[in-house]
Design a protein around this ligand. Structure first.
Ligand code: ATP
Length: 301
């Protein structure tokens, strides 16, 4: 069985009178990409900062590989790689100097290979302030993972990145995961979670309102599959297909939301054939995380 890398139990965090995190619990296993997904103010950053030992929790237990971050912060830097926020490096430090500095801190050889992997090999002599947002984030990731930490914590690693930088960053994160690194990240982006995360916890107003694999989360809730179909005749205008609870028309398409999509698709095709019509297009989309997220948000409000 894989080792538990992170254990969070009944964790809470307040700022003055504001409860930012309200008694959440989760665990993360070795070699998992775990996402905290939630809107602004949900408590994601507060959670990550307590895991990093930057802030102290007000209640509950946090353990990272059996270390209590609040009690033994000195043990964390070797175990945990943290992606620095934008302003954390001096404006005039060069990329090469930053890599050397961090490598010296961890007592390792400079990892210039990571710069190449992250497309920064031509930027070695550029100052930090002259890098674009995407380049700064890629450098921050290189600095976070250079010493092969067991856990990497990333706060919205792809926010504001273009598609290419985002794809590269996702690839690097998957490679790290496949090599056994555990990754916790926060994000607003549901598509990112669906394509990248092994497990996700949805946070709303300081609580975890749902958790599981992205597939498990989309299978809960109303779980309706969307079937969009276009045919040459009028036979589809009459509904009555298996498990369909809602039907609409959009452009030339009839759209059905069904709890039994396999049977519904068979019946739709049979109806078109019986009517002697032609099937022009058929699309089946399983419920998305976005739909589940919106459902949950409405439940909480
Ligand atoms: N230093 C602070 N002082 C006072 N309140 C804070 C502080 N940091 C966060 N909060 C409050 O705690 C709540 C949770 O904030 P947090 O930054 O953890 O959420 P988040 O999910 O990371 O949001 P975002 O996606 O906007 O970064 C918010 O209501 C926020 O205003």
């Amino acid at each position: 069985m894989k080792d538990m890398v992170v254990m969070v139990k009944d964790f809470s965090k307040q700022y003055g009178g504001v409860t930012a995190v309200d008694g959440i619990s989760f665990t993360v296993k070795e070699g998992e990409i775990f996402a905290l997904l939630g809107p602004n103010g949900a408590g994601k950053t507060s959670t990550l900062e307590c895991l990093e030992g930057i802030r102290k929790q007000d209640g509950g237990t946090i353990r990272i590989l059996d270390v209590d971050p609040a009690a033994e912060p000195g043990k964390l830097p070797q175990l945990v790689g943290v992606q620095l926020q934008q302003a954390a490096l001096p404006a005039t430090i060069k990329v090469e100097e930053a890599i050397k500095l961090f490598s010296a801190y961890h007592g390792i050889k400079p990892r210039f290979d990571l710069l190449e992997r992250l497309g920064l090999q031509d930027k070695m002599q550029q100052t930090y302030q002259s890098l674009s947002t995407g380049q700064k984030r890629r450098l921050a990731l290189a600095l976070a993972v250079a010493h092969n930490p067991k856990l990497v914590i990333l706060d919205e690693p792809t926010a504001g990145l273009d598609v290419q930088s985002r794809v590269t960053l996702h690839q690097v994160l998957r490679e790290l995961r496949d090599a056994g690194t555990t990754i916790i990240l926060s994000t607003h982006d549901m598509a990112e979670v669906e394509s990248l995360a092994d497990r996700v916890a949805i946070m709303l107003k300081g609580k975890i309102v749902a958790s599981g694999t992205p597939r498990e989360l989309t299978a809960t809730g109303n779980g309706l599959t969307k079937i969009s179909v276009r045919a040459t005749g009028q036979s589809l205008l009459q509904n009555g297909f298996a498990g369909v609870v809602k039907a609409t028309v959009q452009d030339d398409y009839r759209i059905y939301y069904s709890s039994d999509p396999g049977a519904a698709v068979c019946e739709i095709i049979a109806r078109i054939n019986e009517a002697g019509e032609e099937l022009e297009d058929l699309r089946v989309e399983r419920p998305s995380l976005e739909e589940r997220f919106l459902e949950l948000t409405q439940e909480v409000h």
